[in-house]
Design a protein around this ligand. Structure first.
Ligand code: CAA
Length: 257
């Protein structure tokens, strides 16, 4: 499938999406978001794919929503066109997505990374919500997801001043899971995604669902949800295989059943 603004490839059970608008620092125009959604639809349907990586370039993961596309938009264009809502497709993906972020992840770029399941950062990564400098506020989840990641004080600091956070600060405050040298980032992210893709896909998907549920509900309801899913796993062949393999001291052969 040929796209204009992204590159796609599959590597051993992993779908790799590379944002590719280098002249605009991967600014997220509507067509790019539509292409990412289409690529994700394909990977969701592809039985051979167990996890996805979204990355950009070494200079920019993405420098935000496309300001040139937005600059002449009216309130009615934004409201009736339901601007930004198509981006939600990324957060709705059922298979896990790793964001591999090097360089700038600003505005919508930071928000897109936070829609993924976790973020691996290159050591040159810079995160920020600079919308305030443009006379707007984050519109793709920044004021909500960033607050859940880093807490109110730092989220306020980022959203109200528009300052950037480097990779070390992002790791310290829990925005990213770990930092790797920028040059090794994609390889490391794909390796991590391959590790996930080697596990049982239904178990991986239920685990993702359960962790995400913790954001949406009370502790007690979340624990009940987790317990139901955990019990249901004893109806899978992969649970029998995983535990039998441990007892037999061999590598499990998961069948996604
Ligand atoms: N939209 C459109 N074009 C962008 C862009 C964006 N978000 N970010 C960068 N570009 C373009 C620039 O206009 C420039 O294009 P031209 O060569 O045609 O002028 C090209 O990319 C290179 O950018 P710079 O020359 O500015 O590169 P730099 O290295 O000097 O600076 C930067 C890099 C600090 C990231 C700077 O480009 C910048 O501040 N970009 C805007 C960041 C921003 O404000 N993002 C938030 C967008 S709003 C949003 O995302 C809303 C939301 O919540 C959904």
């Amino acid at each position: 499938m040929a796209y204009e603004h992204i590159l796609t490839e599959t590597r051993n059970g992993v779908g790799l999406i590379t944002l590719n608008r280098p002249k605009a620092l991967n600014a997220l125009c509507s067509d790019l978001i539509a292409e990412v959604s289409e690529a994700l639809d394909g990977y969701e349907k592809d039985e051979k794919i167990g996890a996805v990586v979204i990355t950009g370039s070494e200079k920019a993961f993405a420098a935000g929503a496309d300001i040139k596309e937005m600059s002449s938009m009216s309130y009615m264009d934004a409201y009736l066109g339901d601007f930004i809502t198509p981006w939600d497709r990324v957060a709705q993906n059922r298979k896990p997505i790793i964001a591999a972020v090097a360089g700038y992840a600003l505005g919508g770029g930071c928000e897109l990374a936070m829609m993924c399941d976790f973020i691996l950062a290159g050591d040159n990564a810079k995160f920020g919500q600079p919308e305030i400098t443009l006379g707007v506020m984050p519109g793709a989840g920044g004021s909500q997801r960033l607050t859940r990641f880093v807490g109110k004080s730092k989220a306020m600091d980022m959203c109200l001043t528009g300052r950037m956070m480097d990779a070390e600060e992002a790791e310290r405050c829990g925005l990213v899971s770990r930092i790797v040298p920028a040059g090794d980032l994609v390889e490391e992210a794909v390796k991590t995604a391959q590790k996930i893709a080697d596990f049982s896909l239904p178990i991986v998907m239920m685990t993702k669902e359960s962790v995400n549920r913790s954001y949406e509900t009370t502790l007690n309801e979340g624990l009940k949800f987790e317990r139901r899913l955990f019990h249901s796993m004893f109806a899978t062949e992969d649970q029998s295989e995983g535990m039998a393999a441990f007892v037999d001291k061999r590598k499990p052969q998961f069948k996604n059943k």
